[in-house]
Each structure stands twice: as structure tokens, then as C-alpha cells.
Design a protein around this ligand. Structure first.
Ligand code: ATP
Ligand code: MG
Length: 361
């Protein structure tokens, strides 16, 4: 059995640098590594609708934005299948059968869903679809027989849920589904990149993002007003690195050659951190350096995006072709699931023969 990747994003906004370090950068590397037989990248519009039911236009408009970000970052339709979730109806059918294998209390224990419910002020009025989205994610992953799911840390509970469904399904109906593995970013800072306000996670829903398509002056403005150490008031004060968002971003983005280019008086990030801890290094200097690093990283992405923006019909064509190819793969899995669950009445000649014999007397 080959190695297969499935991962994706909700079209609730343009993609940001949290997506980039949490999953997107890795996807492009894996796509180009040649180690994977298939790479499926899904724009999860159906999932986005679970908490945006009254705002379909937002989801509709953002499908293309996410696709443009994908292409800009180097996802290549020749090597990866880019698809739109809602165009694969087989995923709904799988979700429906998997629902029988999960309890309500199990869903209620999911810490990511709990946090998201709180963030959206759903309280007692949680849409059933939103509550069940971890099950639909299990359908997405298993439909494509994914072995590897490169995502940020917030997706860990979803992967655990998927694995439980796979084990349950296989033990009840016989070996059918593939057990996937999560692939988290190696760098601690990339697991869950905080927002520019220092909040737990950079998230489209919180408005604390630096977008991949951001213009240079916007990037600079956002970096210069970023959250640092609130007790580091004067330059000579000792500063804290832990929880200091500017340093977390440097952990995620900065490489030794950035020092050579933009801050040659330090050999590496460790030296810069040590100076900040000792005191005598101002926030503005560190922020200016981070700005250079981000400008250098985002410039080629922004430039490529502008090229693809000139040919929107091409981007929709890529998504259409990808969705068609994905549908075939998901249909194959669905047939296997139906066979395993014995709901393949018309293809099962044994069943028809047995029933005939039973009534022959
Ligand atoms: P929404 O607020 O609509 O949920 P989001 O910003 O959380 O949007 P998703 O589409 O839910 O983005 O997540 C897509 C992928 O990006 C997932 O793999 C997720 O783990 C990863 N990701 C999202 N935000 C971050 C972050 N701040 N740091 C690291 N990875 C992230
Ligand atoms: Mg999210």
C-alpha cells in the first residue's frame, strides 16, 4: 500500500502565516519529496458551512482565495489533487455511517471543538452539523485512504477521533479503512502559531492574522504593533522570550542566513534571545528584524499569487478536475464500505440465492 496525504483548510478567509508554518509549507515539501503516491488537498467548504450556515457567500468567495494561496505557496496541480469538499457527495454518505460508531459524550469531550464552541458563543445552540464535524473529517481522511495527515496541533483531537472510528469500523465490519497518522510540524513554535495580539492561536475567526497575500506596508504595520513582553518597558530592562510573540515568529521563520543579511552583529537567534533576556535590546530592533524576515518569506508567495490572479478560470478548472478525480477515489472507498457493511443488496448474488432457497421450501 502506498503513502497518501490528505489535508486541507476551511474557506473562511485567506490563508495566514499560521497555516503556512502549521501545514502548508510542509505539504509543499512532501509533495515535492516524491515519497507520496498521492497528495489530496481539500478546501473544506462543507465544514466551513457548519458554523457559517447563514453566510454561504463568505464561504463561496473564499474558495478561490484559498486555492490562490495554495498555488502561490507551490502546491502543484500536476503533483497534488486540489478538491472542493462539497463536490464529493460520497463524503456525506460515509459521515452518515460513521455517526453510528461515535457517542455524543465522546464528541463532547473533544477539546478543540469545546474551545471553538466557546469562541463562537454557541453555548446551547450548537448546530448539529458543527458538533459532528470531527466525524465528517474522519470521512474525508478515510475516503482517500490517507496514511499521513500534515496539520497543526489543533487537529490532534480530530485525528484521534478518526483513528477510533477506523478501529471501530474495522473491528465491527472487517478490515476496510486505513489507519492514518498525524504529521505535526517539527518546530514547537509552528504547532500553534499565536496571533499578532499574543492570543493562543492565529485564526481567521479572531482577526489576529498576517495573511500570506498581505502587502509589504501592512506586514510592517502588523509586525511593529505586535504583542511582546508587557514588562519590557525600557530598552535596558531584561525581557522575557517565553510568550513573546515576536520571538515565537522568529522561531518559526528565521534562518541563520537572515542574520547575515539583516542583523550581522548577531550570529544566530540564540544570541539575539540572550541579549534580550539580559536587557539592552529594544523591541523595535527585534521587530524590524522580524519584518525583514517576513518580507523576504512572503514576497515570492505574493508575487506568484498575483500571476495566478490573472487567470481565475484556470484556477476553477484545476479545482474542477481535482474534484472529479477525487470523486472517483472516494466512490471506490464507499463501495468497499458498503460491501463491508452488507448494504450492497443488488451486487450480492449469494444473498439473493440464499433468500431464494429459504423460500423454495
Ligand atoms: P477557522 O478560524 O475558520 O477555523 P483557521 O485559521 O483555524 O480557520 P483552519 O482552516 O481551521 O484555519 O485550519 C487549516 C489548517 O491550518 C489546519 O491544519 C490547522 O491545524 C492549521 N492551522 C490553523 N491555524 C494555525 C496556527 N495558528 N498555527 C499552526 N497551524 C494552524
Ligand atoms: Mg480552525
Amino acid at each position: 500500500m502506498g503513502k497518501i496525504i490528505l489535508t486541507g483548510d476551511r474557506p473562511t478567509g485567506k490563508l495566514h502565516i499560521g497555516h503556512y508554518v502549521g501545514s502548508l509549507r510542509r505539504r509543499v515539501e512532501l509533495q515535492n519529496s516524491g515519497e507520496y503516491d498521492k497528495v489530496f488537498i481539500m478546501i473544506a467548504d462543507a465544514q466551513a458551512l457548519t458554523d457559517n450556515a447563514d453566510n454561504p457567500e463568505k464561504v463561496r468567495q473564499n474558495v478561490i482565495e484559498v486555492a490562490l494561496d495554495y498555488l502561490a505557496c507551490g502546491l502543484d496541480p500536476e503533483k497534488s489533487t486540489l478538491l472542493i469538499q462539497s463536490q464529493i457527495p460520497q463524503l456525506c454518505e460515509l459521515t452518515f455511517y460513521y455517526m453510528n460508531l461515535v457517542t455524543v459524550s465522546r464528541l463532547q469531550r473533544n477539546p478543540t471543538v469545546k474551545a471553538e464552541i466557546q469562541m463562537r458563543n454557541f453555548e446551547a445552540s450548537i448546530p448539529v452539523g458543527f458538533f459532528c464535524y470531527p466525524i465528517s473529517q474522519a470521512a474525508d481522511i478515510t475516503a482517500f485512504k490517507a496514511t499521513t495527515v500534515p496539520v497543526g496541533e489543533d487537529q490532534m483531537p480530530m485525528l484521534e477521533q478518526t483513528k477510533e472510528i477506523v478501529h471501530k469500523f474495522n473491528s465491527v465490519y472487517g478490515d476496510t479503512l486505513v489507519d492514518p497518522k498525524i504529521l505535526l510540524p517539527e518546530e514547537e513554535a509552528c504547532l500553534r502559531l499565536p496571533g499578532t495580539d499574543g492570543k493562543a492561536k492565529m485564526s481567521k475567526s479572531l482577526g489576529n492574522c498576517i495573511y500570506l497575500s498581505e502587502e509589504p506596508d501592512e506586514i510592517k504595520k502588523k509586525v511593529m504593533s505586535m504583542y511582546t513582553d508587557p514588562d519590557h518597558i525600557r530598552v535596558q530592562d531584561p525581557g522575557k522570550i517565553e510568550g513573546n510573540t515576536v520571538f515565537t515568529y522568529l522561531d518559526a521563520f528565521c534562518r541563520p542566513e537572515h542574520f547575515e543579511r539583516y542583523l550581522p552583529e548577531y550570529a544566530n537567534l540564540e544570541e539575539l534571545k540572550a541579549h534580550y533576556r539580559r536587557g539592552g535590546l529594544g523591541d523595535v530592533k527585534v521587530k524590524r528584524f522580524l519584518n525583514e524576515v517576513l518580507q523576504e518569506t512572503l514576497e515570492p508567495i505574493r508575487t506568484r499569487r498575483k500571476e495566478f490572479q490573472k487567470d481565475i478560470p484556470y484556477v476553477y478548472e484545476v479545482l474542477k478536475k481535482g474534484s472529479e478525480a477525487a470523486r472517483e477515489v472516494a466512490e471506490q472507498t464507499l463501495q468497499e464500505v458498503r460491501n463491508a457493511m452488507k448494504i450492497n443488496y443488488f451486487d450480492d448474488l449469494d444473498l439473493i440465492r440464499e433468500q431464494s432457497e429459504k423460500y423454495k421450501g
